[in-house]
Ligand binder design. Structure first.
Ligand code: URA
Ligand code: SF4
Length: 175
């Protein structure tokens, strides 16, 4: 993982490398059985080099705390490791160039459960389904159980969505 981390920090495989302050490889326990995948670093993450360290991250911490987990009990990363300008969605090419890193991280950690955050990350595993239909369900894919979750950002200003996020985290707790 250390070697992979260094590769990511120095990566120049797509154009996002030109705009980043820091690549954001991911953080958490490499012994964890729970692997979270967000979308892409935002401004705070780009500045700090740490995933989910801004407002969405604060809500993610709260959601983890609601099922008695801490950041260090899980591993957290993103589909793309560098911030897209103006927080636009990552392009197909950027996802293609960056996803080998994600695959290697999953292989190293070998989690039991993969929680995707947001529709982009869900669509890596479950194609052509709406997040509104699949959130909070458990999909058995090969040796992994995948739980698609809404992105924590949607719960920031919408109490109903936050409630759904809290309910969906109970699915993870029960697993
Ligand atoms: N949103 C994401 O998807 N990832 C982060 O790291 C921060 C915000
Ligand atoms: Fe490399 Fe991924 Fe960053 Fe693109 S987004 S430069 S592929 S680490």
């Amino acid at each position: 993982m250390d070697k992979l981390r260094k590769e990511i920090l120095n990566c120049k495989k797509c154009n996002l490398c030109k705009l980043r302050t820091n690549a954001v490889p991911g953080e958490g326990s490499i012994q964890s059985k729970i692997f979270f995948i967000g979308e892409a670093p935002g401004a705070n993450e780009d500045k700090e080099g740490i995933p989910f360290c801004g407002r969405s991250g604060k809500l993610l911490d709260e959601l983890l705390d609601s099922i008695h987990l801490k950041r260090n009990d899980v591993f957290i990363t993103n589909i793309v490791k560098c911030r897209p300008p103006e927080n636009r969605d990552p392009s197909e090419n950027e996802i293609k160039k960056c996803s080998p890193y994600l695959k290697r991280q999953i292989k190293i950690i070998n989690p039991t459960v993969i929680c995707t955050l947001g529709r982009y990350s869900a669509s890596l595993f479950i194609k052509n389904r709406k997040i509104s239909e699949i959130h909070g369900k458990v999909f058995k894919l090969g040796k992994y159980k995948v739980i698609p979750l809404y992105h924590p950002a949607v719960g920031l200003y919408n109490p109903n969505m936050k409630k759904i996020l809290l309910e969906d985290f109970l699915v993870l707790k029960n697993l």
